[in-house]
Design a protein. Sequence first.
Length: 234
Amino acid sequence: MTAPALCARGLGKLFHHRLPRYASLAGRLRLWTEGGRGSLPVWALRDVSFELARGECLGVAGPNGSGKSTLLALLAGILEPTEGSVSVAGRVSTLININAGLQPDLSVSDNVEIFAVLMGLRRREALRRVPAVLEFAGLSGLAEVRMGELSTGQVARVAFSAAVHADLDVLLVDEALSVGDAAFQEKCRGAFERLRGEGKTMVVISHDEGLLRGLCTRILRLDAGRAAALEAVG
């Protein structure tokens, strides 16, 4: 039996939110009567499990604060789970924070190289992919422009293009298609379909129900940090 490309078992993440310091006597007495805790434990995610085979695309939906981005950060290895485990077969390309690693004083082509290296490519591989990334992003003529001169939408296009050209095994995407114009969003959908056809495994967070149903094989719905439903798309 083939091992899953991505597996989450009983995944949970507990955060401790610091409570404010009370200057008044009444506030300090209240804190003392509640146990003297200086932090409030909050489960951002609890008991989430699923498996994805090679070539599957999982959509993750839910209201703000339901644990979607926390789940993606756990799958990417950015956060350590408080409970449960994550296993990934192959290399992961992550598109969560488009500004991560951004160097505004360097050129656009230099930043493409940096994005690719941060996604796990060797420098030689990253350099080889720069022209294709810039062409996909529609920014070939701006290769030597300072990254800080680009608009927010153009930066997002560079980051997304670098991610889909990284040629890794698993792609994790957080609301990437909420930026850019309609033409680029359509190009992104085409890129996702191509990646699925190549057997890449993807997890995509979006509030766009139509996008998730058109792209994904299953949708995981989160509510208050727990899996409310895991449904097949057909």
